[in-house]
Design a protein around this ligand. Structure first.
Ligand code: AMP
Ligand code: MG
Length: 552
C-alpha cells in the first residue's frame, strides 16, 4: 500500500487530492477529525497537540501497514496537525483509496480507533478551558497576585481528564523474563494450531477410533519426544506416552490401566468414553487471537507467549517515577520526632503501592522553600527529564507554604486541575508536560492512599496502554454511618466475596490523616455527596485496590 504521512503545524487544506489514475480505485474515503469547541462540559477555543514527529510518523506508518494486512487498500494519506489548533479546524485528515469500499471503511475505522492508543501524539491541553469561578471558589485564592485554582472537578471529570491526558508511551520489545506486569501492546495471534498435532493425554495405547477389536498387536512405541508418522490398521496398537504425538489422525488412546499386555499382544479390558487425545487446534486455531493488546501480562499470559515462541513481545516500557516528599515537619521513620515533627509514612506507602506497576522509583525530599526546593530539584535533573511520572507529596493545598502547583508550573507542566470534589483528597493537582504527567498529592496519608488508587493508578494504566481501574458494583455488608458531606467520599472498606457477591465492610477512619484502617482496606466505597449514611445491604460502587486488579 502506498502511504503518505505529514505532521504539520499549518492548517490542513480544505480540498484534497483526487483518487489517482482513473479506474485504479473504486472507493476514495476521506475523514477529517475537527477540534470541538467543548471539552468535558467546558468551552474551549483551541487544543494543543504535541508529537515527536519522527516517532509519530513511524508509528502511523507501522499501524497502517499492520491494518492493511487485514484490510488491503491501494493508498492511504494521513496529515496530523500539531501545535495550537483552533476549535472548528481540522486536527487530522485521513484519505484511503481501495478497489472496493469495504476495505477502505474498515481500515479507516480501525486506524482511527488505534491512533490514540498507539501513536505518540499528545493533546497538551485545552486552551482557554474555562477558569470559571464556581461554588467552591476559595476566597484565599482570590487574593490579588495569587493564581486562582481551577474549579474543582467531580471525581468522574477528574478521571476523564487523567484518562485523556495520559497517553500510552511507545512500546518496547522485552524478553519474557522482564515482561511480568507489563502491558502487551499488540494482539498476539496463534502462529499455528494449538496443539499443533494430536497428542495423547495418557500413558497407554493408540488405536483407530473406530476399531472395535478386542485384541491388538503392538506395532510400535512412541515417547513424548518422538515423531513417527504412520497409518494404523484395524487390530494394530501403538504404545504411547503422555504428551506423545500420535502417529496419524482419527485415533483414540486406551489407558494402560485398562489393558492386559502379553508380549506384543494387547487385550482391551475397558473402553472409556473419552478418547484421551488433545486434538490438533482444539485450544485455538492458527491466526486466532491468543493474548489481546492491552493485557497486563501475568504468569499465565507469559507462559502462553513462551508456548508460541514469542520471546520478545512489544510491551509498555518500564516506567520511571520520581517521588518527592515536602514539609519541614517531616523526619525519616527511624528518627524520633521532636514536638511539631512527624515521621514520613508517605514514602514507603507510595513505594509499596508502586510495586504493582513495573517501574523504577527515585525518591527525594524537598525543603519548604520554593527556591531551595527548585535547587534540590536541579540535583535530580536527569531523573526529572527521564521520568514519565512526577509525584509530589504534600504542599498541594493553598497555604502560604504550599508551592507544589507553582513548582510543577515552573517545571513546565500545564495544570489540568488542582482540586476535586472528593473526601479525602480534595487538594489533588494533576499536570501534563508532553508525554509526562505529574500529581501533587495531598500530604495526609489517607488522602494519599485514596488519590493514588483513583488518580495515579489511572494515569499509570493509561501510560502503559492498559485498562484503568474501574468502579464495580457491590453491596454493603454493614451500615455505613456518615455525616452528610457536600463532596463525594471514597471510603476505605474491606471487600469480601461471599456467594459471588462482592460485600463491603466499611472501615472506621477519624480523619484524612488516619491510616489505622489501611491494614484491612482492599477497596474504596463511593459514597455520594450529601449522603448521611448508607444502610446494610445498600448497593454501592467500589474501586478494588491495585493489588487485586493489577495482575503483575
Ligand atoms: P500538606 O498537604 O503538606 O498540607 O500536608 C497535610 C498533612 O499531611 C500535614 O499534617 C502533614 O504533616 C502531613 N504529611 C505531609 N507529608 C507527609 C508524609 N510524607 N508522611 C506523613 N504525613 C505527611
Ligand atoms: Mg506540607
Amino acid at each position: 500500500m502506498e502511504i503518505e504521512i505529514q505532521l504539520t503545524d499549518r492548517p490542513i487544506a480544505e480540498k484534497f487530492l483526487s483518487p489517482g489514475q482513473p479506474g485504479a480505485v473504486g472507493a476514495w474515503l476521506e475523514f477529517r477529525g475537527v477540534v470541538r469547541g467543548e471539552e468535558n462540559g467546558r468551552t474551549i477555543r483551541a487544543l494543543e497537540y504535541e508529537a515527536y514527529p519522527e516517532m509519530a510518523g513511524r508509528e502511523i506508518r507501522r499501524l497502517l501497514q499492520e491494518i492493511s494486512a487485514r484490510h488491503p487498500c491501494r493508498a492511504a494519506k494521513v496529515i496530523h496537525r500539531v501545535g495550537v489548533i483552533p476549535a472548528g479546524e481540522t486536527a487530522i485528515y485521513v484519505g484511503v483509496a481501495s478497489p472496493h469500499r469495504g476495505e477502505a471503511i474498515a481500515l479507516l475505522a480501525e486506524f482511527m480507533d488505534r491512533l490514540k492508543q498507539d501513536v505518540p501524539i499528545w493533546k497538551r491541553g485545552a486552551r482557554n478551558a474555562g477558569l470559571r469561578p464556581g461554588a467552591n471558589w476559595k476566597t484565599a485564592e482570590n487574593v490579588p497576585g495569587r493564581r486562582p485554582a481551577l474549579q474543582p472537578l467531580s471525581l468522574d471529570e477528574a478521571r476523564a481528564e487523567i484518562r485523556s491526558r495520559s497517553r500510552p508511551l511507545p512500546a518496547v520489545r522485552t524478553p519474557l523474563a522482564e515482561a511480568l506486569g507489563r502491558v502487551l501492546r499488540e494482539t498476539i495471534c496463534a502462529p499455528e494450531d494449538l496443539p499443533p498435532v494430536d497428542r495423547s493425554t495418557r500413558d497407554g495405547y493408540a488405536i483407530r477410533a473406530d476399531d472395535a477389536s478386542k485384541t491388538f498387536s503392538v506395532v510400535d512405541t512412541i515417547h513424548a519426544a518422538d515423531w513417527k508418522p504412520r497409518q494404523l490398521e484395524s487390530g494394530e496398537a501403538v504404545r504411547v506416552a503422555t504428551g506423545a504425538m500420535l502417529p496419524c489422525g482419527g485415533l483414540r488412546v486406551v489407558m494402560q490401566e485398562h489393558v492386559k499386555r502379553d508380549g506384543d499382544k494387547l487385550h482391551v479390558v475397558r473402553r472409556e468414553n473419552s478418547t484421551n487425545v488433545r486434538l490438533r487446534g482444539e485450544e485455538v486455531r492458527q491466526g486466532q487471537p491468543l493474548v489481546s493488546a492491552g493485557t497486563k501480562l501475568n504468569a499465565g499470559a507469559l507462559a502462553i507467549l513462551a508456548t508460541v515462541g514469542n520471546v520478545n513481545p512489544p510491551v509498555s516500557p518500564r516506567l520511571r517515577i520520581l517521588h518527592f516528599t515536602t514539609g519541614d515537619e517531616i523526619v525519616t521513620p527511624d528518627q524520633t520526632p521532636k514536638p511539631g515533627q512527624i515521621r514520613d509514612s508517605n514514602s514507603i506507602l507510595i513505594r509499596s503501592l508502586l510495586q504493582n506497576f513495573p517501574c523504577d522509583v527515585e525518591q527525594g525530599h524537598l525543603p519548604e522553600n520554593f527556591e531551595a526546593a527548585m535547587s534540590e530539584i536541579a540535583a535530580h535533573k536527569p531523573g526529572i527529564e527521564s521520568a514519565g511520572v512526577l509525584l509530589v507529596s504534600g504542599g498541594a493545598s493553598v497555604g502560604e507554604k504550599d508551592f507544589t502547583r507553582a513548582l510543577l508550573e515552573q517545571l513546565g507542566f500545564e495544570i489540568v486541575f488542582s482540586q476535586i470534589n472528593l473526601r479525602p483528597g480534595r487538594p489533588l493537582i494533576f499536570g501534563v508536560n508532553g508525554p509526562r504527567v505529574a500529581f501533587g498529592l495531598p500530604g495526609n496519608p489517607l488522602s494519599h492512599f485514596v488519590c493514588f488508587h483513583f488518580a495515579v493508578a489511572t494515569a499509570l494504566a493509561c501510560l502503559t496502554g492498559g485498562e484503568p481501574p474501574k468502579f464495580l458494583r457491590g453491596q454493603l455488608a454493614e451500615k455505613l454511618d456518615d455525616k452528610p458531606c457536600p463532596r463525594e467520599t471514597l471510603w476505605p472498606a474491606r471487600l469480601e466475596w461471599n456467594d459471588a457477591t462482592p460485600r463491603l465492610h466499611p472501615l472506621a477512619w477519624a480523619s484524612s490523616g488516619d491510616i489505622t484502617c489501611l491494614t484491612a482496606a482492599n477497596a474504596l466505597v463511593r459514597v455520594p455527596a450529601n449522603c448521611a449514611s448508607l444502610d446494610d445491604g445498600a448497593k454501592v460502587d467500589f474501586l478494588p485496590m491495585a493489588a487485586m486488579i493489577g495482575g503483575g
